[in-house]
Design a binder for this molecule. Structure first.
Ligand code: SF4
Length: 293
């Protein structure tokens, strides 16, 4: 797809964040040409004056040199919260690479989250960080469903990249998100990634964004038998699907001797320990339901 590309100057690429895992978010781009149908970050259009459909534009940021990066030592950074640091344009513009170069030798806690194996290009830089984790978003093993949902790298390549990074001693996360009820096979994905990831994060599909009608149209067209299930979850707020999935993952974790916890990251565990599965099902009601089990 031909994206509209603009170059923009910003005062800083680092912004404070309320994300539970980080002090700062780093977004080297505005927009994201991975164009996921469920992208919650599309709210950025409102703040950046873009009228084009999400996924069809990208603003490439340049920023002034970051003075004294050492002052950020001990802080945690998340790349990226509203774009993918390895979208296809990164191959040309190298803005993520620029950030990684600036922070060479600074003891920050860095999390990179992507849907692309372009990240392997920066292995040389990533390896130098003492506290670094790379997450890959994978919510299916079915490349056709993936192609329906996003324009990012095939799942096979994401898994291959995860394996390479892990073999290089880098902590990896398999972020199973968003979990599409009746479509995402959580256990099969964990099985595919378990030998080369340290964490598995689970996050349910959230249809609060304005993409809800698009997803409903898609389900109606491609998975008509699932329409009643989506209706019950997203129109009648029935939580039973998530409670049942929680039980399935709990049983799977017990059978495989994996730890299964809620809302906890853990950089300190042995690198070679089995993955910890972290449940981020986030709706308050669901959390209550799960806690009551
Ligand atoms: S990769 Fe992330 S930021 Fe990019 S479109 Fe997909 S969900 Fe949105």
């Amino acid at each position: 797809m031909n994206a509209t590309i603009r170059q923009i100057e910003v005062k800083s690429v680092i912004s404070k964040t309320n994300l539970p895992v980080s002090d700062y978010a780093v977004n080297p781009y505005v927009g994201c040409t991975h164009a996921c149908k469920y992208c919650y970050a599309c709210f950025m259009k409102k703040f950046t004056g873009h009228a084009e459909p999400w996924g069809t534009f990208i603003d490439v940021k340049t920023w002034p040199p970051i003075k004294n990066p050492q002052r950020y030592a001990g802080k945690s950074f998340f790349m990226s919260s509203v774009t993918d640091p390895y979208n296809p344009q990164e191959k040309i513009f190298k803005r993520t690479r620029e950030f990684l170069q600036t922070f060479q030798g600074v003891d920050i806690n860095l999390s990179l989250q992507t849907k692309s194996d372009l990240i392997l290009r920066d292995l040389d830089l990533i390896k130098t960080f003492k506290n670094v984790r790379v997450g890959f978003s994978i919510n299916t093993l079915d490349e056709n469903f993936k192609d329906d949902m996003d324009a990012a790298a095939p799942i096979e390549r994401r898994l291959a990249a995860m394996k390479i990074l892990h073999a290089e001693g880098i902590r990896t996360t398999c972020f199973i998100s968003p979990i599409f009820p009746g479509i995402t096979d959580v256990v099969a994905i964990i099985d595919a990634a378990k030998n080369f990831c340290n964490l598995v994060w689970l996050e349910n599909l959230n249809l609060r964004g304005n993409f809800k009608p698009k997803i409903f149209d898609y389900i109606r067209e491609k998975y008509p038998t699932l329409e009643p299930l989506y209706d019950s979850i997203y129109r009648r707020r029935d939580l039973r699907y998530w409670l049942q999935l929680d039980g399935v993952v709990r049983d799977y974790a017990a059978a495989n001797d994996f730890e299964y916890v809620r809302n906890r990251d853990d950089l300190q565990r042995d690198f070679d320990a089995p993955p910890v599965i972290v449940n981020f099902f986030f709706h308050e009601q669901i959390k209550k339901g799960l806690t009551a089990r």
